[in-house]
Design a protein around this ligand. Structure first.
Ligand code: EPU
Length: 418
């Protein structure tokens, strides 16, 4: 199992590029199941979750060709409309094939995901939505079996709570349903908007993506399309925090500053200098005093839960007390104990973490527990005195492409060891 060995204390300097968004690429790949024609996707990041999704699509019947950051998928025929436990347990986003498969071939069999390090993460809302569209659902032997032999029909689906992949799954189911579907209390995340853009270029009729009400008029069939995935706002945000925490001068290129508004505002309130250099570059200059600023995670355009762990690492270096409240997932504080092992002063009280700073962090052996928690440990290690060894970095490989190479290029002392 790979580890990262990081020696902290270097201010990061220079330009660091952003990849395409993992969480946008995953539903886009699943959307290729909706047509027998080729779907060509550009700016697909080379991360483990994407490889898992490609493997799943190939098992289902897609032909996949990868050329650099471009993936061409063609699903002339669905051979096996199934997502097995072996894949779903390693990547919960596998449930994104449920909607497209029922829409395309009237049936799907998808493993229930089970628990996860950051929370229970059920898919009851995906199931509820498909039922509203007329699918019959049967739950047996740990699998969801969905059937709609005569096709899905449009309906109003009011989500009890906002779900990102649930909104995406239902949008993909509804594009081929008969009549109109209205998704209410839908997720407004940029990844939902990106997926809607792809589906529209495949011939779907969708209005309102990016707002809480999405209207979809079903069409008979979809065609192939070519689409470029949006920049990864969580990767870009992680790099902005890396610049801030190390007191560096880092330009994060190839990002979409509009998608990073909540983080940039928090960084500025904390006294970090963040400026937009051009349409796709944000420059962060640290080095001054960092102030503690409370933060609560929210759905977009609020502060992303996927940046909470990284923000907590920054707050260990801030003056005063910061209260970080996690409202999206019930168990997303696994990094707190590991940061504490490095010297952070963090108290957990239910969904709140109370961080008293600044505290000098010192290198230690720590364990990555999930994708974003691992990123926060890398950030802590970059500012810690001495050497940190982060174990189980396969978690970080799920969502960050060659993070050690990117950080090393801007001065970080980081290496991967087997
Ligand atoms: N929820 C339910 N029932 C459902 C679906 C969700 O109760 O059927 C609950 C969840 O348990 C959670 C909340 O609703 O408490 C929000 O979950 P959501 O469904 O929005 O999460 P997701 O779609 O499974 C995506 C991202 C996550 C990101 C969340 C929240 C992808 C592939 N994953 O997950 O990304 O944290 O939205 O923004 O898009 C990551 O990249 O590290 C990651 C975990």
């Amino acid at each position: 199992m790979d580890k990262f060995v990081i020696t902290g204390g270097t201010a990061l300097q220079g330009e660091i590029p952003t990849n395409g968004s993992k969480n946008s690429a995953l539903p886009a790949l699943a959307a290729a199941l909706l047509t027998e024609e080729p779907v060509i996707l550009h700016r697909i990041p080379h991360v483990r979750d994407i490889r898992t999704m490609q493997r799943l699509l190939i098992d289902i019947g897609s032909n996949a060709e990868v050329d650099g950051e471009t993936v061409r998928l063609e699903t002339a025929r669905v051979v096996c409309p199934e997502a097995p436990y072996e894949l779903v347990k390693t990547m919960r986003a596998s449930s994104l094939v449920l909607g497209p498969l029922v829409a395309r071939c009237g049936r799907a069999r998808v493993s229930l995901p089970g628990g996860c390090a950051i929370g229970a993460r059920p898919i009851n809302l995906h199931i509820f939505g498909l039922e509203q569209l007329g699918a019959r659902i049967n739950q047996t032997h740990g699998y969801i079996e969905a059937e709609a032999p005569d096709g899905l029909r449009g309906a109003v689906v009011h989500f009890d709570r906002i779900t990102v992949t649930g909104t995406e799954d239902l949008m993909m189911a509804a594009v081929l349903a008969k009549g109109e579907t209205v998704l209410r209390n839908a997720a407004c995340e940029p990844e939902v908007v990106d997926l809607a853009g792809l589906l529209v270029s495949m011939g779907a009729q969708i209005e309102g993506a990016g707002t809480s009400t999405i209207r979809i008029q079903g069409v008979e069939r979809l065609r192939g399309a070519e689409h470029t995935i949006i920049p990864d706002r969580i990767e870009a945000g992680t790099f902005l925090i890396a610049g801030a925490i190390t007191g560096g001068d880092l330009s994060v290129t190839g990002c979409n500053p509009e998608h990073l508004g909540a983080l940039v505002s928090k960084l500025q309130q904390a006294g970090v200098d963040v400026t937009q250099q051009d349409a796709t570059t944000l420059r962060v200059r640290g080095g001054g005093r960092i102030r503690s600023v409370d933060m609560t995670t929210e759905e977009y355009p609020g502060f992303a839960t996927d940046l909470q762990a990284q923000y907590m690492a920054l707050m260990t270096q801030a003056e005063g007390i910061a209260i970080v409240m996690e409202t999206i997932f019930e168990n997303r504080f696994m990094h707190a104990q590991e940061l504490a092992r490095m010297g952070a002063n963090i108290r957990l009280e239910g969904r709140q973490a109370i961080i008293a700073g600044p505290r000098e962090l010192t290198g230690a052996g720590v364990i990555a527990s999930d994708l974003r928690a691992s990123a926060s440990l890398v950030l802590g290690a970059l500012v810690a005195r001495g050497e940190t060894v982060i174990d189980r970095v396969y978690h970080i490989d799920r969502g960050y492409e060659k993070i050690e190479a990117k950080l090393a290029r801007v001065g970080a002392k980081i290496r991967r060891v087997d």
